[in-house]
Design a protein around this ligand. Sequence first.
Ligand code: URA
Length: 200
Amino acid sequence: MEYTINDEKLRQIKDEVLLCKHCDLYKGRNGNEFYPVIGEGNHEANIMFVGEAPGLQEAKTGRPFCGRAGKILSELLMSINIKREDVYIANLLKCRPPDNRDPLPNEIQICTHFVERQIEIIKPKVICPLGRYSMKFLMEKFGLGEKVDGISKIHGQMFKSGTDFKEIVIIPFYHPAVVAYNPSMKKILLEDIKILEKFK
Ligand code: URA
């Protein structure tokens, strides 16, 4: 396949992430031979998912959503006949927070220019934040701060960007890891994901 300008721009981001020492999370990678997780998928995807931060499995492999939560995400995509390779999957934070703790405000502030640039390059039609941290960050970024509410209230709803990016739609989803703690949630996630059929 031809090497595109998007491939090159995303490769530059990868190079920068590998050298980044702007917050303390990089320290966790060096000692443990963990990798940062930049993102993967179609560099011209219509649909982009943004999770929170790599977990243990992701840091070991450098691939987003390849552990337990990833298995759920793959199942959700399969249920509407979308292949993982057709979407782009990234995270708010590129390095794993110790013990899978929640992202800290300063880490979000420091790291998210990477995901912002990934969005600008890929230009997806729809961005699906997975979980409350990325929901809040992305809705605020796209001028939807006033519509931010609990994920249990706005999951699966479509929000049209209130900024210059008028063509972008944000659809927040529960983080797929909820299914590991509460298997009955899978039904809700399977219902919510159907909304993506129109963006294939
Ligand atoms: N959880 C996330 O938010 N991102 C991953 O990549 C894996 C688990």
